[in-house]
Design a binder for this molecule. Structure first.
Ligand code: ATP
Length: 461
């Protein structure tokens, strides 16, 4: 019977929790189940505490109901099942009086040596502008930001590794640097290394060529925090993955913080070894999504303010409504407006901005047309575009059609009747129903939420 009870418990939790909550906290749990006991393994002490506080009662209740009061004993542990089998001492039973908020070791403040000059592997420094204070929070990045802040509180212990994924230009690098900068603020002696994954590879190749692999290994294994960007570039680079695997293990074993960014969920990166994918899941994996309108406006306002530019509300809304793909594009649009205004000496009015951004807006509109959405959705669900436009009502067609309609409403400026027309002459109430249905399903089903995010990412990139 091993595993059955947990499986039905999972179903119950999935039906009760939001997809994000379920994916973040429940899915990563590993379980060892016997007739009398259910041992849950979480990646770190914070996770254990969180599960204990937020979900343990619910899981207990479920077991009581399910087993007619023949309750299994639940225990919570840090680690993963395979590891625990070998290293029993690592585990922490739930009754242990463990204080999760262990402060990080404070080291004497000395010279800031986060660039190791003597190693020969001098890295890109942290960008001092990428700070938590300049990062605008919204629904789309809330979880990632909260996790990043937790890492600052307890580097190497809170979430290790912290894996941040999402489409281009959505703030992953900004968040990663914010962590590095904040750790350095608290402990200027910390040895933090930020680098792009391609740089890691280039450094390794150079070390191989010059016979300095020992130096290379020592350098990366001696850091307090390794921040490595865009790990998708490791795909199909076997030797680099091998080297990174050992560096990663070495750092995690020593409770040194690792932060990784990637343009997609680790399991979706083709050409990345399974052992790396599985290790990435030991810590916390969080997504950054494209920001919603309000956040885009707030980002524009914040960037304008830091450039000491007054941006009228209607202008900020106009830009945010038209540039939806990512924050980098949004920033680019604002920079263009500011440069044009300074160059021509004109005030930043709505008409001025419409003119200054006309090419950019035309390019965006062309990029995300209803037709493009239909093609992308049809290919994602492996159906034909003509199915989407048809009157067929079977679930395998109707659901993708609703998804495509909802995306068209989200990503284009077309009205409901225009969208209805583009789907083979459907009524605008059908489009409205589709948008509401997808919104509702996103909260109820992980699959729909993932489909929506994947499609959004594909269409926005
Ligand atoms: N929430 C935010 N608040 C303020 N600025 C943001 C936010 N998100 C992104 N930015 C800004 O947008 C730009 C792009 O962000 P960043 O480089 O972190 O994206 P990324 O997700 O790492 O993209 P890529 O995958 O291309 O590396 C940066 O200038 C960053 O400061």
């Amino acid at each position: 019977m091993t595993g059955n009870v947990w499986r039905s418990c999972l179903q119950k939790l999935q039906s009760e929790l939001s997809a994000t909550e379920f994916n973040t906290w429940i899915k990563p749990l590993q379980v060892k189940e016997t007739d009398s006991e259910m041992a849950l393994y979480a990646p770190n002490p914070f996770f254990v505490d969180w599960i204990r506080q937020q979900y343990l009662d619910r899981i207990n209740e479920f077991l009581i109901q399910r087993d007619n009061n023949q309750q299994k004993h639940i225990s919570l542990h840090v680690g993963n099942v395979a590891q625990i089998v070998n290293q029993n001492s690592n585990s922490q039973a739930v009754n242990n009086n463990h204080n999760a908020a262990t402060p990080s070791n404070s080291k004497p403040v000395a010279q800031n040596n986060h660039i190791n000059q003597s190693s020969g592997f001098q890295q890109n420094n942290l960008n001092p502008k990428f700070l938590f204070s300049s990062f605008v929070e919204g629904k789309s990045n809330q979880l990632a930001r909260a996790a990043a802040q937790q890492v600052v509180e307890n580097p190497g212990e809170a979430y290790n590794p912290l894996f941040i994924y999402g489409g281009v230009g959505l703030g992953k690098t900004h968040l990663m640097h914010s962590v590095g900068n904040s750790i350095l603020d608290k402990n200027p002696n910390a040895h933090i290394v930020y680098l792009h994954s391609e740089r890691f590879m280039a450094n390794m190749v150079k070390a191989l060529q010059t016979g300095t692999m020992d130096k290379f290994k020592n350098f990366y294994r001696s850091v307090d925090a390794l921040l490595i960007d865009d790990i998708q570039f490791f795909a199909n680079k076997g030797r680099t993955q091998e080297e990174f695997f050992h560096t990663f293990n070495n750092l995690i074993e020593k409770n040194k913080q690792v932060i990784i960014t990637c343009d997609r969920f680790p399991k979706e990166v083709e050409g990345l070894e399974e052992r790396l994918k599985s290790r990435f899941g030991w810590g916390l994996t969080v997504a950054v999504e494209p920001p919603e309108l309000e956040t885009r406006v707030a980002i524009l306002m914040s960037k304008a303010q830091s450039s000491k530019i007054e941006l009228p509300n209607e202008v900020a809304f106009f830009i945010a409504k038209r540039i939806r793909s990512n924050v980098r594009e949004l920033e680019g649009a604002l920079k263009r407006v500011i440069a044009n205004a300074q160059f021509t000496g004109r005030a930043i009015t709505l008409d001025f901005v419409k003119d200054a951004l006309k090419d950019l807006i035309a390019a965006q509109d062309k990029l995300i047309s209803i037709e493009n959405i239909q093609k992308t959705v049809a290919s994602y669900y492996k159906i034909k575009v003509s199915d989407l436009l048809s009157q067929r009502r079977s679930r395998s067609i109707a659901r993708p059609r609703q998804m495509a309609m909802a995306l068209a409403k989200n990503l284009t400026n077309h009205s409901l009747p225009e969208i209805g027309d583009a789907f083979g002459g459907k009524d605008h109430t059908t489009v409205l129903h589709a948008c509401r249905k997808i919104e509702q399903l996103k909260g109820e089903s992980i699959d729909i939420e993932e489909d929506f995010s994947n499609l959004l990412r594909t269409l926005s990139s």
